[in-house]
Design a protein around this ligand. Structure first.
Ligand code: HDD
Length: 739
């Protein structure tokens, strides 16, 4: 009989694939059955549950305390000793197992992005991406499970959430065709153009190696030494100095794939794209003072915010969109090099086209098992999505697998539950530390005839989702082997200027203050001066304002500031009002005053999808209201808006106020901690509402009742309605002093 030939894949531009040897079997069959003397262990989870049981329930089986091998135990509080007062015996295998396991509970933290928080959810395609990609996950209405991990970059696992830093935004899509990881950030550009410099930028940004300080921040000499010498980092650094570096919430951040990716459609045509996540709640930030205070008051602020929002049903949501570019030979778009990861493409030039949405609706059950062990990799791609020759992503393709080998202890990290694909796996990878699969058959190689030729390479019909394979989009590549970069990578300032010019005055003012703070923390004069030179090249006013704050002369620009057209989409103040979901509203009450309306207002806040926190002098209950915060535990930075329903008098142990004279007058009638709440909420331009006795509280605390964002009235619900309308803009921006 004539042997059958496997179909040769027809990939446009790709070299012909050699047909298999005529003697190689090509009909799919199962691997050879086990021999009569071979039995596979029962398929059970790591803790003894039959597979198929809910893996989340499999962590603990049965009611009894056992050893790790399931032997029931009678005592776990006393080690086995030679007499009650005698030494412990080496024989105590339970003691040794318990302590040994504990000794090895920690794994190395991620070298960057060590501090993070994760959540499960789903991605739903709109069916609008078909003209550019055949990847099935974008099909209309198709839901794909996702796991997202948000992170800071620089800090250790235990560092504070609200530091000034880039945020990681990594999404694992468990598609029917394999895992796709979109490992992005909340900033669309990167510090370096070539991945070979990643160790340099990270070493510069991490704490100084001699004293291991400062933790989780860029306000130190080595960071500014590097970015001022290495001016391609200036654009990303400017984003970090903007309010993007201190997000209000992970739920209120944009995400970016940063690199340009290459998509292939069912006709085999390719396009270049940039991925954008757009949060439904808008993009919002903390003020720098809030970020610093929260770092001490609640270092877990972002982690808590994400988990609380999901638990309360305020499920965070993003729309995924793409900017699409023609896949030209030069891979340029209107003078912007699409392979340069320090450049963005303004949305006004290439609109972001929505292709699906993502909802995060489930918190992890176990932080270590899921958020810590999740392993992202930019090379986890699915048919229809490919990378480009961007030299940054090329290096990343190596780094992510490599780092997991150490971090997760071997090459089988994709078998850890959180990393397991939802697609069938037949990979010919074998053995290694922590191998969980019991592979049958004798021929984990190709070609073979002993396992019936299995596994087979997949088909080339791009429209057949059941058989199609991942396609390396074919491109012509030619050139001398050099360590070099194109001249188009040499412009380091024009896009930084574009970003600066696109900011509103209040955002520009925040940027000036951020540079003034960070450079003010540097010790080396030469570094400050060099960074001022870089700022002069971005914008002379930015430079001179920061120079004034540092007490240094402002240098002349070394390059002619580029003429740029601002991109309004880059400002966080563009758009709105935004939905208030999951925002936190404090309600100050006076147990001895009128509590009329408070219950009704609290319910209305809840109905609006927000979180009401009743704040009172003491815990427990005030009338029939549960108290969530006392004056000792409440701080305005936790709140998005503040309502004042009463005028609580000073308690005997109230804290002294800053201004002794004014303080004495106020504290006679008002608790100074309420004054502090109001002062801070006012300074941070939060919406404040008051009714009844609360109006007097504002007056006594010195809050101007006609200022923008201050709402007063006689009835709580009327005040609340106005407060909610204003809170949709995040802050009362007019209250910040104009620049
Ligand atoms: Fe990276 C982690 C994002 C450049 C090497 N990176 C990591 C994470 C995110 C990013 C979000 C955390 C993933 C998680 O939550 O587990 N990285 C980026 C972006 C980059 C980028 C958006 C540029 C566009 N990264 C980059 C380069 C290299 C790395 C150029 C190395 C050549 N990144 C790593 C890493 C990490 C990592 C060392 C640490 C932990 C991990 O991978 O799993 O391999």
């Amino acid at each position: 009989m004539e042997p059958k030939q496997a179909a040769t894949p027809e990939i446009p531009g790709a070299p012909a694939v050699a047909p298999p040897s005529p003697t190689e079997p090509i009909e799919p069959v199962d691997p050879l059955p086990a021999k009569p003397d071979q039995t596979t262990p029962d398929t059970r989870t790591a803790t003894g549950a039959p597979t198929g049981a809910d893996p989340r329930a499999a962590g603990q089986q049965g009611p009894w305390l056992t050893t790790s091998t399931g032997t029931r135990l009678r005592d776990t509080d006393h080690s086995l000793k030679a007499g009650e007062r005698g030494p412990t015996l080496l024989q105590d295998h339970h003691l040794r197992e318990k302590i040994t396991h504990f000794d090895h509970e920690r794994i190395p933290e991620r070298v960057v992005h060590a501090r993070g928080a994760g959540a499960h959810g789903y991605f739903e395609g709109y069916g609008t991406a078909q003209s550019v990609t055949f990847a099935g996950l974008f099909d209309e209405g198709r839901r794909t499970p996702v796991f997202v991990r948000f992170s800071t970059v620089l800090g250790s696992r235990g560092s504070a959430d609200t530091v000034r830093d880039t945020r990681g935004f990594a999404t694992k899509f468990s598609t029917d065709e394999g895992v796709w990881d979109l490992v992005g950030n909340n900033i669309p550009v990167f510090f370096i153009q070539d991945g070979i410099k990643f160790p340099d930028v990270v070493h510069a940004a991490k704490p100084h190696p001699d004293r291991e300080i400062p933790q989780a921040q860029s306000a130190h000499d080595t960071f500014w030494d590097f970015v001022s010498l290495h001016t391609e980092a200036q654009h990303h650094t400017l984003w970090n100095m903007s309010d993007r570096g201190i997000p209000r919430s992970y739920r209120m951040m944009e995400g970016f794939g940063v690199h340009t990716f290459r998509l292939t459609n069912a006709a085999g045509e390719t396009s270049l794209v940039k991925f954008h996540w757009k949060p439904r709640l808008g993009v919002h930030s903390l003020t720098w003072e809030e970020a610093q205070l929260i770092g001490g008051l609640d270092p877990d602020f972002h982690r808590r915010d994400l988990a609380d929002a999901i638990e309360s049903g305020a499920h965070p949501e993003w729309e995924l969109g793409i900017q699409v570019f023609e896949d030209t030979d030069d891979q340029m778009f209107q003078g912007i090099d699409l392979l340069d990861p320090t450049k963005l493409v303004p949305e006004e030039l290439a609109p972001v086209q929505p292709i699906g949405r993502m909802v995060l609706d489930r918190n992890p059950t176990n932080f270590f098992a899921e958020t810590e062990q999740v392993a992202f990799h930019v090379g986890h791609l699915v048919p229809g999505i490919d990378v480009t020759d961007d030299p940054l992503v090329q290096a990343r393709l190596f780094s992510y697998v490599d780092t997991q080998l150490t971090r997760l202890g071997g090459p089988n990290f994709n078998q850890i539950p959180i990393n397991r694909t939802h697609a069938p796996v037949n990979d010919m990878l074998r053995d290694g530390f922590h191998q969980h699969a019991v592979h049958a058959g004798v021929a984990p190689y190709r070609p073979n005839s002993l396992d019936g030729g299995c596994p087979f390479t997949a088909g080339a019909d791009l429209s057949d989702e059941q058989t199609r394979a991942f396609v390396d989009a074919a491109r012509n590549v030619a050139g001398p082997k050099v360590r070099a970069q194109p001249a188009s990578f040499d412009d380091h300032f024009s896009q930084a200027r574009l970003f600066w010019e696109s900011m509103s005055p209040v955002e520009q003012e925040h940027i000036i203050r951020a540079y003034s703070f960070e450079l003010g923390k540097c010790y080396e004069q030469a570094i400050r001066e060099r960074q001022l030179q870089a700022l002069a090249n971005i914008d002379p006013r930015l430079c001179s304002e920061v120079a004034t704050a540092l007490g240094l002369p402002a240098p002349e620009p070394g390059v002619e500031p580029a003429a740029v057209t601002p991109s309004p989409a880059l400002s966080q103040l563009a758009g709105g009002p935004w939905p208030p979901d999951g925002r936190v509203v404090g309600i100050v009450v006076d147990p001895d005053g009128s509590l009329a309306d408070v219950g009704e207002v609290r319910s209305a806040v809840l109905s609006a999808g927000m979180v009401p926190l009743v704040i009172a002098p003491h815990g427990g209950k005030v009338a029939d209201l549960d108290v969530q915060r006392t004056f000792a535990t409440a701080r305005s930075v936790e709140l998005d808006a503040l309502l004042v329903a009463g005028s609580p008098a000073a308690a005997p142990d109230a804290l002294p106020t800053r201004d002794a004279k004014a303080g004495a007058a106020r504290s006679a009638t008002l608790d100074p901690r309420v004054v502090l709440l109001l002062e801070e909420a006012y300074r941070h331009a939060k919406v404040i509402g008051a009714w009844g006795e609360g109006v007097r509280t504002l007056t006594v605390a010195g809050v101007p009742d006609h200022a923008p964002g201050i709402v007063t009235g006689s009835a709580g619900i009327g005040v609340l309605d106005e407060v909610l309308a204003l809170a949709g803009m995040h802050r009362s921006w007019q209250r910040f002093a104009p620049a």
